[in-house]
Design a protein around this ligand. Structure first.
Ligand SMILES: Cc1ncc(COP(=O)(O)O)c(C=O)c1O
Length: 403
């Protein structure tokens, strides 16, 4: 079959590829620990499952309006009012099949071939591939560990060209865990005020998984003057352990949301009615499980920081949120494995860990900033503990000095 040219530059999701490799090894009888995939290992809270079950029994089994059910749009509006101090009318809200589709809809509704989208690396890999599918050009700005993995206003200014259509921000970040403060957002906002044609996509899907005093601030709350060109992306996947329900939501100017709804009408006709009913219960119901999940992620974050920083050649800036650790592995590059292979890149490190330690991790190359490896802490504590011991043992097996 002849495939579309647009797909030539697009890679399948790196974390899914790593997980597939881990699954294949497991199927072959290997004892592999998969730290690749980013999904909570908890069950969806019971009251959410019950609400969806009741909805299905009551006949909420038909198409909802393309842009989302009225009940869920209202629950989303209440969430933004309650948690972020932001007001949105139903026409400024869209419900999609996961946060990923909100991103896709937003970019598809706006990008022309050759348009540039600024990404702050390390970034969620799907951004770059969605941009490429649509004929756009990802413009990657490195945000090194010394900058706290955060985009600096001067670097943003330097990256903007007449072709820049969007800036994508993600806080708390997958993969680095970095969180922007209101002041840091405001400083980026000052730059953006000088460039009225640049829109902002703020991916806030990890909003509820934060470990710092300052906590989370929505870009929308920090930069109200940019409201007419800001698309906020969020969803229930991560906060409520609902990855398989496929519900995300977005807020933005009514003209953009209308165009995104048109896109969605020709792709999926909208999200599952039953999942939307569950999402209403998630947003409106008791929030205790969100705090419980966050406490577990914090405990695992602490474990990972302690153990990784004790391994020679690896380093980790404590993640401020989300459930990943973005581990610098420059001290392993140039060293030699027991098989005599010299580790030349973070992809080599990931392959070595899979082959030698039977631990699946994702190379930093997938996130635009090397040399790093990403592990997910959405894994039971005991399994994580074993994986960290295996990584330490693998490090001890390396010979030769880093250059
Ligand atoms: C930063 C970021 N945005 C969006 C998504 C996609 O979320 P969903 O599963 O709701 O589509 C992910 C999932 O890994 C993510 O890490």
């Amino acid at each position: 079959m002849r495939l579309a040219n647009a797909l030539a530059a697009v890679k399948p999701s790196a974390s899914m590829a790593v997980s597939d490799a881990a699954k294949a090894l497991k199927a072959a009888g290997e004892d592999v620990i998969d730290l690749g995939l980013g999904e909570p290992d908890f069950d969806t809270p019971a009251h959410i499952v019950e609400a969806a079950y009741q909805a299905a029994k009551e006949g909420q089994t038909r198409y909802t309006p393309t842009g989302g059910s009225t009940a869920l749009k209202q629950a989303v509006a209440r969430k933004f009012e309650r948690e972020n101090g932001l007001q949105f009318a139903p026409g400024e809200i869209i419900i999609s099949n996961g946060a990923k589709q909100v991103i896709f809809d937003g970019l598809m509704a706006t990008l022309e071939p050759g348009d540039e989208v600024i990404l702050a690396a390390p970034y969620f890999g799907s951004y770059a591939d969605i941009i490429r599918i649509l004929g756009g050009v990802p413009v990657v700005v490195a945000c090194p560990v010394e900058a706290g993995f955060r985009l600096q206003p001067s670097d943003l200014e330097a990256a903007i060209t007449p072709r820049t259509r969007w800036l994508i921000l993600n806080s708390p970040s997958n993969p680095s865990g970095a969180i922007y403060t209101g002041a840091q957002y405001a400083a980026l906002g000052d730059v953006l005020m000088r460039h009225p044609d640049v829109a902002i996509l703020s991916d806030e899907i990890y909003e509820h998984i934060t470990f710092t005093e300052a906590g989370f601030v929505s870009f929308g709350a920090a930069c109200p003057d940019l409201r007419e060109r800001t698309l906020i992306v969020n969803g229930v996947s991560k906060a409520y352990a609902m990855t398989g329900w496929r519900i995300g939501y977005g807020t933005g100017p009514a003209s953009l949301i209308k165009a995104m709804t048109t896109v969605q009408s020709q792709i999926t006709s909208g999200a599952s009615a039953i999942s939307q009913a569950g999402a209403v219960a998630a947003l409106d119901g008791p929030q205790d499980s969100v705090a419980d999940f966050c406490a577990a992620f914090r405990r695992r974050r602490d474990l990972v920081v302690d153990r990784i920083t004790a391994i020679p050649g690896l380093d980790l800036q404590p993640p401020e949120g989300a459930f990943y650790a973005y581990i610098e592995c420059s001290g392993w590059i140039g060293r030699t494995t027991p098989n005599g292979q010299r580790l030349a890149s973070d992809s080599d490190v990931a392959t070595f860990l899979l082959d030698h330690a039977k631990v699946a991790v994702v190379p930093g190359a997938a996130y635009g900033l090397s040399p790093f490896i990403r592990i997910s802490t959405a894994t039971a504590d005991a399994i994580l503990d074993t994986a960290l011991s295996r990584i330490a043992d693998a490090g001890n097996a390396l010979t030769g000095l880093a250059p």
